[in-house]
Every structure is written in C-alpha cells, then in structure tokens.
Design a protein. Structure first.
Length: 86
C-alpha cells in the first residue's frame, strides 16, 4: 500500500500579548520541555510494550494450562474405559 505525503507550510509564529511575562525566553522553555516530553513518550511506549508482552505470556500460559487439563481429563476417561472393558 502507498502513503501519500503532503507538504505543509510552516506556521507563522504568534505574538504574545504585551502583558504576558516570561521568566525565560519562550524558545528556551520549549527547548527544555521538549526533551522531557519525548523521554516521557518513549518511556510510556516501552512500558506499554512490556505490559503487552506480559499479558500475551499470561494468556499463553492460561491456554496451555487449560489444554493440559483437558488432555488429562481425556486421558483419564480413556484409561477408565480401557479398565472397565478388560
């Protein structure tokens, strides 16, 4: 399948009202917050990945346990039938 790529024009920066006071330059604020935000997003993604893997393993082990129980029941039934037939 193909992905279409659309080029967008760069947004013009907006002017802040004169009564708004920043302790630092807005660019410094963005430059200090952006890495923290990206680190948080990467950490969240990794945590979701680990949680998903653990959930899949738990489901797999539950299915294996259920199948083993069914197999034991069937085997017990076969042994009982063989014993009664003898």
């Amino acid at each position: 399948f193909s992905v279409e790529r659309t080029e967008l024009d760069v947004a013009e920066p907006q002017e802040f009202p004169n009564d708004m006071i920043f302790e630092q330059d807005p660019l410094q604020i963005v430059n200090s917050i952006l890495p923290l935000y990206l680190n948080g997003q990467v950490l969240r993604t990794l945590q979701e990945s680990v949680a998903s893997e653990l959930a899949a393993r738990m489901q797999s082990m539950q299915s294996a346990s259920d199948n083993a129980g069914e197999l034991a029941d069937k085997l017990s039934l076969e042994y009982n039938r063989a014993r009664q037939a003898a």
